[in-house]
Design a protein around this ligand. Structure first.
Ligand code: BG6
Length: 479
């Protein structure tokens, strides 16, 4: 007997900006991601608001879900998906973010997608904002730094809630909202890059702007959750954070305290606000020491209390260590975060340290702290795949990675964690968020698309496709 719930939400995750393509079709406006060039593990991608002739902007075509949704959903159904995590592209609905009325053609596209999912009994899990802030809002308000964006977001949510009230039950307000606590979050999450053009690692950092922008996201999230709870009682509203688990590098109390501070700042702060409905007191010291003053309007604290989430979701790829000694060797990469190398762990080709047991530890920590249902909505191995001449892809490394993480997830459930589901990232190959590459693949389904923009977009089942199908069929018993 499987220890997982009978209605466990097995599935896969995607985001419109990395998957949909059709960036200027049927009235869609440009989003921040449409203006990012490709890069690599060693060369940062660039943000260029002015189009450069001859430069590749990988999100613009991506892997073209827009024109392949029927075929892709049929593949998901063939694997037995119960749940399909996707995002709605804000600029398909409100092209600049500032219109008063939604774009009907954009709404129809998602009607079609949800109807297709329903045909196979697959539950959509919709991220409302996943690195797709309208470029119009960057120009007008410097992204989320402008308080005006709260109203634009609320208008967007009201439109999609009303339209899809009978088609979507599970919603996540912001993807990886805690990316705004890090300099890299300024671009994709907060859009506080007005006037900037260049490599994404050269975006000037301004903590005051970032944390003010984050405050506006908190208020926006709480407002729409309150609306959802009052008007659509059938909805389940969740948050989504990166969980980049950190261990003290040694048992030296200095390392332990450094690790605690980083865990709070990076992993706990945003979800404490989402789940508990107030700023945690530990942030006061950080704000004071960094000359950050959060400007709040009357009523903000009340709305945070009134708009708390029903469930908590997170992405989990890796872990790293924290050391108070600046000479400790650094890890070679990570999901938006730095940290030290863990001598007990191996890393992916992109330097992300692979740590399945860290997932069990994390699930336990989260459940102890919040006591609400949890869901792993991203996990996976970005790897180079080799397409064989016969169209097969032998990705045993991916199966190993996922198998080990699912095993630990099951251990966590045995430990008492209430886990709703699991949607590994990029179940079909999509553009990488950090590097803009196609070569960094996560999928069970291979898409014929390459870093020079070539490829016929054909879909092929990798070995992991057949493996995951059995995992779902057996509710996690057959790994
Ligand atoms: C998460 C994001 O950070 O990790 C996704 O929510 C992203 O958008 C995923 O694609 C994997 O990261 P990357 O950089 O390998 O694509």
């Amino acid at each position: 007997m499987s220890v997982l719930r009978e209605d466990f939400l097995w599935g896969g995750a995607t985001a419109a900006n990395q998957y949909e393509g059709a960036w200027d079709v049927d009235g869609k406006g440009p989003s921040v991601s449409d203006m990012c060039t490709n890069g690599s593990h060693t060369t940062p991608k660039r943000f260029t608001p002015v189009f450069e002739e001859g430069t590749l902007y990988p999100s613009r075509e991506a892997t073209d879900f827009y024109h392949h949704y029927k075929e892709d959903i049929a593949l998901a159904a063939e694997m037995g998906f119960k749940c399909f995590r996707m995002s709605i592209n804000w600029t398909r609905i409100f092209p600049t973010g500032m219109e008063q009325e939604p774009n009907e053609a954009g709404l129809i596209f998602y009607d079609n997608v949800f109807d297709e999912l329903k045909k196979y009994g697959i539950e959509p899990l919709v991220t409302i904002s996943h690195y797709e802030i309208p470029y119009g809002l960057i120009v007008a308000y410097n992204g989320w730094y402008g308080r005006e964006v709260i109203d634009c977001f609320v208008r967007y949510c009201e439109a999609i809630f009303e339209r899809y009230q009978d088609k979507v039950k599970y919603w996540l307000t912001f993807n990886e909202i805690n990316s705004g606590t890090m300099p890299m979050g300024a671009l994709l999450s907060l859009g506080t890059v007005k006037g900037f053009s260049g490599p994404i690692n050269e975006i000037p950092d301004d903590k005051q702007v970032r944390f003010q922008g984050l405050h506006h996201q908190f208020v926006a999230s709480a407002k729409v959750i309150k609306i959802a709870h009052e008007k659509y009682p059938q909805f389940k509203m969740g948050c989504m954070c990166i969980f980049a688990t950190k261990y003290p590098y040694t048992c030296n109390p200095d390392d332990v305290l450094k690790c605690q501070a980083e865990m709070r700042h990076m992993n706990w702060f945003t979800s404490d606000v989402h789940v508990r409905g107030e700023y945690p007191t530990y942030m006061n010291r950080f704000f004071a020491e960094n000359d950050i003053t959060i400007v709040k309007e009357p009523g903000d604290d009340e709305i945070l209390k009134e708009g708390t989430v029903d469930f908590y979701t997170f992405s989990y790829y890796m872990s790293n260590c924290e050391s108070a000694d600046p000479n400790t060797a650094q890890a070679e990469g990570g999901n938006l975060v730095g940290g030290c190398k863990n001598p007990y762990l191996k890393a992916s080709d992109w330097g992300w340290q692979i740590d399945p047991k860290g997932l069990r530890y994390t699930l336990n920590e989260l459940y102890d702290r919040y006591q609400i249902p949890l869901m792993v909505v991203e996990n996976g191995l970005g790897a180079y795949d080799k397409l064989e001449e016969d169209g097969s892809v032998h990705d045993s490394y991916r199966i190993d990675y996922l198998k080990q993480h699912i095993e630990q997830m099951i251990e966590a459930v045995k430990d008492g964690v209430d886990l709703m589901g699991y949607t590994p990232w990029g179940w079909i190959d999509v553009v990488s968020a950090s590097t803009g590459e196609m070569a960094k693949r996560y999928g069970f389904v291979y898409v014929d698309k390459y870093d020079d923009g070539t490829g016929d977009l054909g879909r092929r089942r990798k070995d992991s496709f057949y493996w995951y199908k059995k995992v779902i069929e057996s509710n996690g018993e057959e790994l």
